[in-house]
Structures are given as structure tokens and as C-alpha cells.
Design a protein. Structure first.
Length: 118
């Protein structure tokens, strides 16, 4: 159950994390490209990234593997797939990306045992 929202970046991956070396250790200097940031369930961030446990450790917790959490992440992934499908079709016309996003969305729907309208 989600009881408290968190500020999430929603596009966290290595190109968006700037680091610098100080005294032989790497430190985060900046996190950029935060136009998708929002207050949400922290699992929303994890819906798109298949990362190892060290990634999750940076968030200060382990990835919740309960059935409810897995289901939530599937629906968060569906949300992102639907958004990308719309964006590449309507907002940023990129036919190849639209097709890829549509397939992604259909795959998530199939995983959830849902289907698109005939």
C-alpha cells in the first residue's frame, strides 16, 4: 500500500546523472533533465528500468517484489507506453518510434491479460 508519495525524477539513467571525482571517490554533481519529475509512488521510477540492486540501494530501499507492487509497476509501465505511443503519433511525429511504442503498449496489455478494442 502506498502511504506517502516521493519526488521522483522519472527519467533517471546514466546520461542524466553528472558525477565528479573528489578525493578518489565519485560524487553526484547534478541530476539533469527533470522535466518529467513528479510526486508519485517511488515504484513509478522503477517501472521502466531493469536495474540491479545497487540502483535501488541508491533510493534507500529494496525493490518491493510483492504481487501488489509488481502489478502497480505493470500499470505504471502501461501508462508510460500509452504516453509514448500518443506522443510519437500526435506530439512528435516519429512513425518508427510510434510503432515501437504501440508494440510495447500491446505487450504490456497482453502481460496484464487485457486487450485493445477490436
Amino acid at each position: 500500500m502506498i502511504t506517502e508519495s516521493r519526488l521522483i525524477h522519472n527519467d533517471i539513467w546514466s546520461p542524466n546523472v553528472l558525477v565528479h571525482k573528489k578525493d578518489g571517490d565519485w560524487h553526484i554533481a547534478a541530476i539533469i533533465d527533470a522535466d518529467r519529475a513528479m510526486f508519485a509512488d517511488s515504484d513509478f521510477e522503477f517501472a521502466l528500468w531493469d536495474a540491479d540492486q545497487s540502483f535501488y540501494k541508491g533510493y534507500g530501499s529494496q525493490l518491493d517484489e510483492s504481487a501488489d507492487a509488481v502489478l502497480r509497476r505493470n500499470f505504471y509501465e502501461l501508462y508510460m507506453a500509452m504516453f509514448c505511443t500518443w506522443a510519437y503519433r500526435v506530439q512528435i511525429w516519429k512513425p518508427n518510434e510510434y510503432t515501437n511504442s504501440l508494440r510495447w503498449m500491446q505487450g504490456v496489455l497482453a502481460r496484464l491479460n487485457l486487450r485493445t478494442a477490436d
